[in-house]
Design a protein around this ligand. Structure first.
Ligand code: 5GP
Length: 215
């Protein structure tokens, strides 16, 4: 048990097109205590994406400089581009007692599980991992095509990656089989509430401060 309540690092992984962005958005709208960790990437912005809100868009040179400077809590290459989670933001938010939501693919999630639980970070108990599982590959393909932001070639590659990623669900603390957004949201919310109520996460001397839990 800790002396002071710190926030959670909530990791959500799902194959691309699996409804993850919508779920994350619903969770962020629900909880004023939950903030989104904006990742850095070297991929080009898609239509409507804003630098600093959806991603921080970097050149490969700048991304590699930040890797060398150990500025990422985790980073991975996905579909030919780098993606990474900036470390200082997460630390600041946890210290302030806020929960941080991370949208990362499986390699990054694996690094976080190993690194954070292995004690390479100040908050080893903060991590909660959720895998959002598409009900089928066929449905995933339909969703990716409906999104119409990627070429056929990219969609094919993403589906091949998705199939491999889906095998990793066993590594995660929780699995949500993606259905209607309302149901996904209800499950995501239930997970966060339950995690915040764990006895191990209450301040050692004052468990009755439970009613101060903010979502
Ligand atoms: P997209 O290009 O579709 O926005 O994202 C591709 C994949 O990269 C998604 O699975 C997304 O979860 C993942 N991703 C986004 N940000 C990060 C990050 O900071 N680290 C890692 N490892 N993956 C990320």
């Amino acid at each position: 048990m800790s002396d002071k309540r710190t926030g959670l690092i909530i990791v959500v992984s799902a194959p691309s097109g699996g409804g993850k962005s919508s779920l994350c958005q619903r969770l962020l709208n629900w909880s004023p205590n939950l903030v989104y960790s904006v990742s850095c990437t070297t991929r080009a912005p898609r239509g409507g994406e804003q630098n600093g809100r959806d991603y921080t868009f970097l050149t490969r040179e700048e991304f590699e400089r930040r890797i060398a400077a150990r500025e990422f809590l985790e980073h991975a290459q996905y579909n030919g581009n780098y993606y990474g989670t900036p470390r200082p933001f997460i630390e600041e938010q946890l210290r302030a007692g806020r929960d941080v939501l991370l949208d990362v693919e499986i390699q990054g999630a694996g690094q976080l599980m190993k690194g954070i639980r292995g004690g390479q970070f100040a908050y080893p108990e903060a991590l909660v991992t959720i895998f959002l599982m598409p009900p089928s590959l066929e449905l995933l393909e339909t969703r990716l095509r409906r999104r119409a932001t990627d070429s056929d070639e990219t969609i094919r590659k993403r589906l091949a990656i998705a199939e491999k990623e889906m095998a990793y669900w066993t590594e995660y603390d929780y699995v949500i089989v993606s259905g209607h957004l309302d149901d996904d949201f209800a499950q995501g919310k239930a997970i966060i509430i339950a995690e915040k109520c764990r006895s191990a996460r209450q301040p050692k001397d004052q468990p009755w401060r439970q009613n101060e839990l903010s979502f």
